[in-house]
Design a protein around this ligand. Structure first.
Ligand code: ATP
Ligand code: MG
Length: 349
């Protein structure tokens, strides 16, 4: 029996996680669900944002479903010493799980094209999966310094680091349209030369059925908004992926539509990309779609249950059309939307 650890967290986290758990229970009644504390609420209850009980619960977990952490900008939590702040709990969690790949689907839902900042004819049918390397590159390498009027950071990758994230991208592509675009800056960076060589070699060795092309990051930044239909799976290193994934996140038109998965060798972490939204917390109006779609990713990538994942994705798409929430210009509250998803799962495809 798979064990799922849920970490509802702060702000709208508990509301959207409750919705996600209701869907998870419906679609995977055999899983064990264990709830634990993280973030500001964990600090209030246990004196630390990532308590020992939470850390221990991860040991035999198959996947982690996270809500959101953190308070408003003027929250007293932000005046605590840094290690006690809610965000530190999140960093400790990410570190404990050691996930090296971040997956973000960017999908324009049918019927919601009008929410996209792109023209409807460009937005229609957009369905991209961005796979970002998460533990290496310029953010993490030890070779860094600021001294007087000189400073440097280092972007470094090794072949095993490139291969493990590329492998994830190819594997995902096999279940999609079978196309991977690897993004680099190989015209000027040696680290990108290695990246390109290793991604290509892995494809030639293990994934001959997947179509691979290589593009420069500056070019992708233009094309992802001017011709998003050209992409299926995009795989890239940490810094490029950080920027491209936030750029692409505006395409669907609401933060409430963006799930994510972080995967490594241990349990995966599944969470909506939006924040704790303190302005609407506790009002019962948060859009739980991103959290529910994160359950879809948990089923697909964490438990390898793609039929169940497809059922969730389909039900969310139907509910979004029939009962859009306020952030989408509709009137549905959290409960109404969640009910619509549950109902849609009961109606045959
Ligand atoms: P961060 O928490 O990353 O520092 P932030 O606090 O600005 O950033 P969010 O908490 O995501 O970002 O909120 C940004 C805006 O989007 C807020 O007005 C919030 O109410 C709205 N929002 C975010 N998530 C949702 C959601 N699931 N449903 C409805 N509105 C949302
Ligand atoms: Mg926030």
């Amino acid at each position: 029996m798979p064990k799922i650890v849920t970490l509802p967290g702060d702000g709208i986290g508990p509301e959207v996680t409750a919705a996600a758990v209701a869907v998870l229970r419906e679609v995977a009644p055999d899983v064990t669900i264990e709830e634990h504390a993280i973030g500001g609420g964990a600090y209030e209850a246990h004196g630390e944002p990532f308590p020992a009980a939470t850390r221990d619960a991860l040991k035999d977990a198959d996947a982690v479903l996270l809500g959101t952490v953190g308070g408003a900008h003027d929250s007293p939590w932000n005046k605590l010493p840094r290690p006690l702040r809610p965000e530190s709990g999140l960093l400790s969690l990410r570190k404990a799980l050691g996930c090296y790949a971040n997956l973000r689907p960017v999908r324009v839902q049918p019927g919601l094209e009008h929410l996209s900042p792109l023209k409807p004819e460009l937005a229609r049918g957009v369905d991209i999966l961005i796979v970002r390397e998460l533990l290496g590159g310029i953010y993490f390498d030890g070779d860094r310094k600021i001294e007087g009027d000189t400073a440097y950071n280092t972007m470094r990758y090794t072949t095993p680091e490139v291969e493990r994230v590329a492998d994830m991208a190819f594997w995902a592509a096999e279940q999609r349209k079978g196309r991977v675009t690897s993004v680099d800056k190989a015209n000027v960076l040696e680290v990108s030369e290695l990246w390109r060589r290793d991604v290509q070699a892995l494809r030639d060795r293990k994934y001959r059925g997947v179509h691979l092309n290589h593009e420069y990051v500056d070019s992708v930044a233009m094309l992802i908004v001017s011709d998003p239909g050209r992409y299926d799976v995009i795989v890239t290193e940490n810094l490029f992926g950080d920027i491209l994934s936030d750029l692409a996140a505006v395409i669907p038109g609401s933060l409430g539509l963006m799930p994510s998965a972080s995967l490594g060798d241990g349990p995966g972490l599944f969470e909506p990309i939006h924040g704790s939204a303190p302005d609407i917390a506790g009002k019962g109006i948060a859009n739980p779609a991103a959290a529910i779609m994160s359950v879809g990713m948990l089923l697909r990538h964490g438990l390898s249950r793609s039929d169940a994942a497809n059922a969730v994705d389909r039900a969310v798409a139907l509910a979004l059309r029939a009962h859009p929430t306020r952030d989408l210009g509709g009137t549905a509250d959290t409960q109404t939307f969640t009910r619509a998803v549950l109902d849609a799962m009961e109606t045959p495809a």
